[in-house]
Design a protein around this ligand. Structure first.
Ligand code: GUN
Length: 292
């Protein structure tokens, strides 16, 4: 069993990005600039945004965090987005989710110009990704594919089973894994799937992205499979200073001995998601996807 080290891989990619940025600035161009809008004070969102700011520093990017209180109106948020859409000093921006319930997340997502949508959440980017056209790729799926590539894990003709059909992981990952060049045979399972274990046991690559701690048990995994754990649920833990620990969707202790490769939580997929955002921001700054 080999551990897939997302932390080390992401550090290496950030160093590669920083080299590109150093060349850009040496040529007199400005560094890429990412803006994050953070609404309210959700603990998870605070951590994610802080980690994104840190990643920007490691890559040599400029970053700006715009904060609004949880009672911000949807109109105010849309007006802020309009300003960023038209700000030539901003290459890409994200609105950290979830948003307070009185704000329509879909309306907010669609207000972001696809050319600046470095999360890849806008229907134009989602659609282009499913067609195999240049686009800002969804961050977590792109990070998973990057890990498989860098660990030389074969995908062509292999059976990839994804548990979870979310718009930000399950669905876009399915579309990436079946694309030409990756060439996996994909199954997507969800809460209505019958006899789930009989399907997951067929998987050469098993991706757990349903948000239920410890859901994937050893009996659900084929000997020698690669297991990718996307879960990051906060579970109470009195022994930690923070009062919680992050739990993956895989019963790691019992599943790991059966695997050829497995991602840990934390330190697996999480850091790669942030690195994908950095890659998208670099591409936005270089106008690589949507020429000026
Ligand atoms: N909330 C959880 N994951 C993400 C993400 O990748 N982007 C944004 N904007 N919000 C999130």
């Amino acid at each position: 069993m080999e551990l897939i080290d997302g932390k080390a891989t992401s550090a290496q990619i950030k160093a590669e990005i920083a080299e590109t940025v150093a060349r850009m600035t040496a040529e007199g161009r400005r560094a890429p600039h990412l803006v994050a809008i953070l609404v309210g004070h959700d603990g998870g969102s605070e951590t994610y945004v802080a980690n994104k700011v840190k990643a920007c520093e490691a890559c040599g990017f400029r970053s700006t965090v715009i904060r609004r209180e949880a009672d911000v109106t949807e109109a105010e948020l849309l007006s802020l987005i309009d300003n960023l859409n038209n700000d030539a000093e901003v290459d890409g921006f994200i609105v950290q989710l979830p948003l307070p319930r009185h704000i329509d997340e879909q309306r907010v997502t669609e207000a972001i110009r696809p050319e600046k949508d470095v999360d890849g959440f806008h229907p134009v980017n989602v659609g282009r990704q499913s067609l195999g056209l240049p686009c800002f790729r969804s961050a977590t799926p792109a990070g998973i594919v990057e890990l498989l590539k860098r660990y030389n894990i074969p995908t062509r003709g292999k059976r990839c089973v994804i548990i979870g059909r979310s718009n930000i992981v399950g669905k876009p990952l399915a579309s990436l894994m079946m694309q030409r060049g990756i060439d996996a045979t994909v199954n997507v399972c969800h809460s209505a799937t019958e006899d789930l274990a009989s399907i997951t046991r067929e998987a050469d690559i098993l991706v757990a992205a349903l948000g239920k701690p410890g859901f994937v048990t050893a009996d659900m995994v084929k000997e020698g499979a690669t297991v990718i754990d996307v879960g990051t649920t906060r579970v109470p833990d009195a022994t930690r200073k923070s009062g919680f620990r992050l739990s993956g969707d895989v019963d790691f202790e019992n599943v790991a001995p059966k695997c050829s490769y497995i991602t840990p939580v934390p330190g697996g997929v999480g850091p790669m998601t942030i690195v994908s955002l950095m890659q998208n921001t670099l591409r936005a700054a270089m106008h690589e996807i949507y020429p000026e």
